[in-house]
Design a protein around this ligand. Structure first.
Ligand SMILES: [Zn+2]
Length: 97
């Protein structure tokens, strides 16, 4: 998953933009992996193809307060520290050690 951060004002945003939504700077860096915390976790047992039969959808929050959703087959509890990556289907997360 691509995270974007403005190098001028440190605003973090998920979706790629040509300019920072806060200050208009074009000095933006992208990172693939972010740490965050699980805010809510919902376990799914009826899922569409091509996803596993069971997985969880996690509402996460990064240390800067950016929120988004990721999915995981790992056991993750509300409040747990996680690492957010991604694949061709979207954001993935795993427990952080
Ligand atoms: Zn900015």
């Amino acid at each position: 998953m691509k995270f974007n951060e403005c190098m001028r004002c440190s605003t973090e945003f998920l979706f790629s933009r040509a300019v920072c939504p806060e200050c208009g700077s074009e000095d933006i860096v992208t990172t693939d992996v972010k740490n965050g915390k699980a805010v809510e976790v919902v376990h799914l047992i009826a899922t569409p193809a091509p996803f596993p039969d069971e997985y969880s959808v996690v509402l996460f929050q990064t240390p800067k307060g950016t929120r988004g959703f990721c999915r995981t087959t790992a056991p993750i509890s509300k409040g747990q520290d996680i690492e957010i990556t991604g694949d061709e289907y979207g954001p993935l997360c795993n427990p952080r050690n």
